[in-house]
Ligand binder design. Sequence first.
Ligand SMILES: Nc1ncnc2c1ncn2[C@@H]1O[C@H](COP(=O)(O)OP(=O)(O)OP(=O)(O)O)[C@@H](O)[C@H]1O
Ligand SMILES: [Mg+2]
Length: 158
Amino acid sequence: MLKLSLADLTDTRRFAVAFAAMLRNGDVVLLDGEMGAGKTTTTKLIAEAIGVVDDVTSPTYTLVHTYSGGRLTLHHADLYRLKSTAEIDDLGLEEMLSAGGVLLIEWGAPAGELFPAHVFVSLSIDDETGRTVTLGSRSEIWASRLEQLEADLQDLVV
Ligand SMILES: Nc1ncnc2c1ncn2[C@@H]1O[C@H](COP(=O)(O)OP(=O)(O)OP(=O)(O)O)[C@@H](O)[C@H]1O
Ligand SMILES: [Mg+2]
């Protein structure tokens, strides 16, 4: 696991830019953390770094938004309103992903089994502007990438 201390939005942006640079087609990112921890903010910064030009808004009601126009297509989902894990299947996330792009899911933990190669990104609130982000993956495809991220963001490592 990799733990980074983000003192403010500038650090969150640095993290998002470095993380976005590692993303490849077919990746699944599960974002978690309490309300207001910064899941949507981080998603917006990742989208910006990928080159998405459209405004990224919270998909709380529609559950999933797709943004093209960047280096990669970004599918942004939010499972906060999910009532049962069976509903995940109805969203067609796997089909969406197999058509191309990266899938980023807020409140994504319930989708963990469906996407075993996911990387999790968990945010927690330290103070008004401070956040701690913890990243990890069981997948081999993320091992070297997380090492690279650690090297890129050495001064933020806890
Ligand atoms: N270092 C930081 N990183 C991210 N967000 C920060 C930071 N400092 C302050 N904030 C603020 O915290 C808020 C995070 O809200 P955001 O909507 O991104 O959270 P969320 O985790 O998506 O919440 P929800 O569970 O309601 O979807 C924003 O207002 C953002 O500006
Ligand atoms: Mg959100």
